[in-house]
Design a protein around this ligand. Structure first.
Ligand SMILES: Nc1ncnc2c1ncn2[C@@H]1O[C@H](COP(=O)(O)OP(=O)(O)OP(=O)(O)O)[C@@H](O)[C@H]1O
Ligand SMILES: [Mg+2]
Length: 353
């Protein structure tokens, strides 16, 4: 009997652990709009208000979201879009175009992608356009409703915005900002970038058409808030399937956050990099130690994770090699530079030492 009971409890535990892994991994790895936003409520309201004006009242607009890597730009935008989509009128009308500077490396490719995302490939067909502006105007015209009095609002989201600046004559940016100023179609252009000096990169004619609305994300929380975020990110939600396990887990997290050694470790991470992406990576490494036999995260898991996090992976590869082996690697590196990727054999490397 007792054997059966213990088997049952261990299988329930297994289920708990896999759910813990699933919930927390989703929280750490995805920019899902389901997670919480920390310290950027003001920016959230600002962006929401701005987008509402386009989508509900049909105004055109432009704005830049500026912040270092991992400061939550994409997350902020996803949250705002999720809230917007709860409005019926927006859900039915709004058209979104997502571009990324890393993918759309010139304006021709970008225009093709815009056409594809607006589902206008058939409308465009084999038409030849005189200029970029003409083509874009044609696309927006095609979006007008049957009675031609109103048009669907279009939201252009340009991730890695600074890369679009290098496109020839900044034609795409010029045209997007230009139509966001003229009243024909409600168009909003949102750029996401980590360059603080982005405005200086814009040509004069582009800059003058930009609304100069900028939303800054600066990771401006202090260490106290950082500990609070650590606690919240690691805690299980109230609707977790096994209430008693969730309580045990959350109590453990509370203890961890009060532990002096954990606090010291978090403090050094905080000084090294404040962004939550680093914190998530650390927690992810610690979480991967959690198993049925080791169901709660311990301080030593976190220390181990922090060691792994700081490890230089390249230096790690050469760690423990003999002097001769290191000499061979250096000779290989030289040969690689000389032959520019052409193959070479061991004799050549050996002669190179
Ligand atoms: N203020 C915040 N509140 C909650 N989570 C945050 C916040 N800032 C960052 N994060 C978390 O950090 C991770 C990285 O955020 P995100 O991808 O939005 O950064 P980003 O600014 O878009 O970075 P990149 O410039 O590399 O695109 C996300 O998984 C998110 O959960
Ligand atoms: Mg991003």
């Amino acid at each position: 009997m007792s054997k059966r009971k213990s088997k049952e409890s261990s299988s329930a535990n297994g289920e708990c652990i896999s759910q813990v892994q699933r919930i927390l991994r989703e929280r750490f790895c995805h920019c899902y709009a389901a997670g919480k936003l920390f310290g950027i409520e003001h920016q959230y309201r600002h962006l929401l208000e701005l987008l509402k004006r386009t989508t509900v009242h049909g105004e055109s607009n432009s704005a830049l979201i500026i912040g270092p890597r991992g400061s939550g730009k994409t997350m902020l935008l996803n949250h705002v879009l999720k809230e917007l989509m709860e409005i019926k009128q927006v859900r039915e009308n709004l058209l979104e175009v997502h571009l990324n500077g890393l993918l759309q490396t010139n304006d021709k490719v970008a225009l093709k992608e815009i056409t594809r995302q607006l589902h206008l490939e058939n409308v465009v067909g084999d038409k030849v356009f005189g200029s970029f502006a003409e083509n874009l105007a044609f696309l927006l015209e095609a979006l007008r409703k049957g009675d031609r009095t109103s048009s669907c609002p279009v939201l252009f989201i340009l991730d890695e915005f600074d890369l679009f600046v290098h496109h020839k004559n900044q034609t795409l940016l010029y045209n997007l900002f230009d139509i966001s100023q003229s009243a024909q179609t409600p168009v909003t252009v949102i750029g996401l970038t980590c360059r603080q000096d982005i405005l200086e990169l814009l040509e004069k004619r582009v800059k003058s058409r930009f609304s100069h609305r900028q939303i800054y994300l600066m990771n401006s929380f202090d260490f106290k808030q950082y500990i609070k975020i650590f606690k919240e990110q690691l805690s299980l939600p109230a609707e977790f399937l096994d209430e008693s396990f969730a309580q045990k887990w959350n109590n453990n997290v509370q203890h961890l956050s009060e532990d002096k050694t954990v606090q010291d470790m978090l403090q050094s991470l905080f000084h090294y990099s404040k962004d939550l992406r680093s914190l998530h990576l650390l927690l992810m490494l610690a979480l991967s130690n959690v198993t049925v036999h080791h169901p709660l995260i311990t301080a030593s898991d976190l220390h181990e994770a922090s060691k792994q996090y700081r490890m230089d992976s390249k230096a790690n590869i050469v760690h423990g090699l003999s002097v001769l082996e290191i000499c061979l690697i250096i000779a290989m590196k030289h040969l690689n530079d000389v032959y520019e990727g052409e193959p070479f054999n061991f004799q050549m490397v050996y002669n190179g030492i």
